[in-house]
Design a protein around this ligand. Structure first.
Ligand code: AMP
Length: 207
């Protein structure tokens, strides 16, 4: 089951993915974590003419599509990802979504569902400021929070449109108790009930 968890920063994607990963026994792939780890081990990465490192991630600037896609592609080839993954923070641009589709196709797979965690912007800002105190993340300052929300609206929200056209998006209210969000997330991952031939026929008879 290849699931994309999409939502603005602070929506709770990481928290829900961790719980889902344990419940479904499939890996949780967070591109934010992967980038932070890559930078802490190797320092800034040169990609074409762009340099991507601590300053860029701290400023809330998106990493180049090719760099992030490469990280995900390498991971998807791993044995533990063969039954599915939870993608957290990826794809963040329509280009990344297209590249992911190509990559999954070569593996004979496709995205099963896209869960959109919806949370009002005021709540997000408060949550992120609180996280800044607890986790000391350099990208959780008021200025960068505003910037990251803007990047989400401009570059990532179109990804929701991309997947909506394929009928894959299910919206979950992320502005409620974590446990309730988790139950809603699980409900949205249930298979669609297959319409039996008989019920299809009776619908036809009624109309
Ligand atoms: P996150 O931990 O998901 O909030 O990501 C932290 C930062 O990493 C983001 O603000 C971006 O700068 C960068 N990042 C994470 N995922 C991606 C992605 N899919 N594409 C580009 N940049 C990303």
């Amino acid at each position: 089951m290849y699931v994309v968890m999409i939502g603005p920063p602070g929506a709770g994607k990481g928290t829900q993915c961790k719980r889902l990963s344990a419940a479904l026994a499939i890996p949780h792939l967070s591109t934010g974590d992967m980038l932070r780890e890559a930078i802490s081990q190797k320092g800034p990465t040169q990609y074409g003419s762009a340099q991507y490192g601590g300053d860029q991630i701290g400023g809330g600037h998106l990493a180049p599509d090719d760099l992030v896609t490469q990280l995900v592609r390498d991971r998807l080839d791993d044995h533990d990802c063969r039954f599915g993954v939870l993608l957290d923070g990826f794809p963040r641009t329509v280009r990344q979504a297209e590249l992911l589709e190509l990559q999954l196709r070569t593996l004979g797979k496709k995205v099963y569902r896209v869960l959109q965690l919806a949370v009002p912007e005021g709540t997000l800002v408060n949550r992120l400021l609180r996280r800044a105190e607890v986790e000391n993340r350099p990208d959780d300052t008021f200025k960068t929070i505003r910037h990251r929300l803007q990047v989400f609206r401009e570059q990532t929200a179109p990804v929701i449109g991309y997947y909506s056209q394929q009928g894959l998006v299910r919206q979950v209210n992320g502005d409620q108790d974590q446990d309730k969000v988790f139950l809603d997330v699980l409900a949205e991952l249930r298979p669609e009930p297959a319409r039996s031939t008989e019920s299809a026929r009776s619908t036809k008879r009624k109309s």
